[in-house]
Design a protein around this ligand. Structure first.
Ligand code: SAH
Length: 249
């Protein structure tokens, strides 16, 4: 359903190959393009994203989403093996939808507290025929206590939702023991590293690594923080709605 009036995303086959040792299939390329067009369209009604130029969308939404699940530039093998994944505060669907397209064998849950965004995403999922994705409207502070979500995910992803400590409190309760929380971040300070270290230890996690890298087209700085869950999160976490942001660990 590519419409000639819509801008086309760049292919970037070599960049995908060099940075992530991967290339999209024709079907995945078509799904990326459709996703792009639906977001441009949705942006007329909803404030979904400021990133709308094709190169920028490719780099800051698609590439960035997949780079996060590739610590040491190795795409996580569990994603091809049926991992269960939650994207917390998915917004217009990043990183979750990009990852669902990349990993059709994984089961992805997209969580956002804004009903309008989830309604938009549901339309996208139908159009793209993505059957490996479910959506959930709610707050991470509450979903983290529901037995059908707490301690059930192999991987929790969170991009542009809050400070690293807040993200850790939202994400770690949802992860299984042995699973991974990935916090996507632009800039990163030594102070944040210290506070997230403290937060992680209270939440049953340890910092496995903090990676700094630059995006491949504009050399923008990015960080990804990988937290491994080693023991159960104490019952009092996540704290009630609003408390993690008002009084970060
Ligand atoms: N992850 C997307 C969107 C970031 S904007 C991206 O990187 O492009 C942050 C999103 O998080 C918003 O859509 C907002 O509704 C959602 N959000 C903020 N706090 C939340 C919470 N406590 N629980 C669930 N969703 C939350």
């Amino acid at each position: 359903m590519t419409n000639l009036t819509n801008p086309l995303l760049p292919e970037m086959a070599e960049v995908w190959q060099q940075t992530l040792n991967w290339q999209p299939t024709d079907q995945q390329k078509a799904q990326f393009q459709q996703l792009y067009e639906l977001i441009l369209e949705g942006n007329r009604q909803l404030n979904l994203t400021r990133i709308t130029e094709p190169q920028e969308f490719w780099e800051k939404h698609l590439w960035d989403s997949l780079r996060g699940i590739a610590p040491n530039q190795q795409l996580l093998p569990i994603l091809q093996e049926g991992a269960s994944v939650i994207d917390i505060g998915t917004g217009a669907g990043f990183p979750g939808i990009a990852i669902a397209i990349f990993a059709p064998n994984s089961q992805i849950t997209l969580l956002d507290s804004t009903r309008k965004k989830i309604t938009f995403i549901n339309q996208v999922l139908t159009t793209l025929a993505l059957t490996n994705v479910k959506t959930l409207i709610g707050r991470a502070e509450e979903i983290g206590h529901e037995p059908q979500h707490r301690r059930t995910y192999d991987l929790a992803l969170i991009r542009a939702v809050g400070t690293p400590s807040v993200c850790a409190e939202y994400a770690l309760p949802l992860v299984k023991q042995g699973g991974l929380a990935v916090i996507y971040r632009g800039n990163w300070t030594a102070e944040e590293a210290k506070s997230v270290q403290n937060a992680a230890s209270q939440l049953g996690g340890v910092i496995e690594s903090i990676e700094q890298f630059t995006t491949p087209l504009t050399n923008s700085i990015r960080h990804c923080l990988y937290l491994r869950k080693i023991v159960n999160t104490p019952f009092q976490f996540p704290r009630p709605v609003g408390v993690p942001t008002q009084n970060p660990l």
